[in-house]
Design a protein around this ligand. Structure first.
Ligand code: OAD
Length: 229
């Protein structure tokens, strides 16, 4: 029998308990940095070293972090559902927990890509990507991250996945960044929807939405009980 499709939209909050900062909470990353300086094509044009250093620090933090209970529950759920994760996160904690189907809407920090051909993507060896690290055609490599002001190439694939969901789970996201935040509007009205977040955004005009106002680890345990029974 085909399993039902559980589609998950995850954000920075799911990795918070692994020790990776969110962006917009108190002490979040965007409090300490200017987004346009470190996460935009303009910033890259102005100061490559600053951008590379910002992502090197993030990459080191990711490599040193481990998946937490919330990531692990999603793996456990694969026994019961066809779990399709659409993550805004650039870390690889879903994969390292063992999730088998993960789409990275905003890129992957442990990868680099060519500045002349976006299809040339490489694994970063270790945590540093520096000026002078080149693609095999000789151009500077940049972090494989979708920056502000850039297209989100996988958004159409993500919309297709959400449209086929039998159940939608949103976890650890402020739902402030588009087009990712708009994905929930593509889910079928009738399907059950859950949103786990200790400080959830106000969500309007989304039917059948249950809010679980808890941190990821605790909230995922509660969700597991709810949807498995
Ligand atoms: P935000 O930092 O905007 O939101 C984090 C969310 O996680 C908030 O709603 C918090 O309440 C929640 N949160 C905090 N601790 C949590 C915990 N322990 N368990 C569960 N939730 C918790 O992060 P995102 O919504 O992911 O883009 O941000 C979206 C995008 O903005 C990111 O992908 C990034 C950023 O700029 C790029 O880097 C391209």
């Amino acid at each position: 029998m085909n399993k039902k499709k559980l589609v998950v939209l995850s954000g920075a909050g799911i990795s918070a308990e692994s020790g990776i900062s969110t962006f917009r909470d108190a002490n979040g990353l965007w409090e300490g940095y200017d987004i346009m300086e470190v996460a935009s094509p303009i910033g890259w044009g102005n100061n490559r070293a600053l951008v590379l250093d910002f992502y090197n620090k993030r990459r080191k933090n990711v490599i040193e972090s481990k998946p937490n209970g919330a990531h692990h529950v999603l793996v456990e759920l694969e026994k019961h559902f066809d779990v399709l994760i659409i993550t805004q996160n650039v870390d690889d904690l879903h994969e390292r927990a063992g999730s088998t189907n993960v789409l990275h809407l905003h890129g992957e920090i442990r990868k680099a890509r060519s500045t002349i051909n976006p299809e040339l993507i490489y694994d970063v060896d270790g945590w540093e990507l520096n000026e002078g690290d080149l693609c095999h055609l000789g151009s500077q490599l940049r972090p494989h991250i979708v920056w502000f002001g850039e297209e989100v190439p996988l958004i159409e694939s993500a919309i297709n996945i959400v449209q086929k969901a039998d159940c939608l789970l949103i976890v650890g996201t402020s739902l402030l960044v588009y087009p990712a935040a708009g994905l929930i509007q593509f889910a079928n009205r009738e399907i059950p929807k859950y949103y786990i977040d200790p400080n959830p955004a106000e969500v309007r005009e989304v039917a059948n939405l249950k809010i679980i106002k808890k941190k990821g680890t605790e909230g995922m345990k509660e969700l597991f009980e709810l949807i498995i029974k």
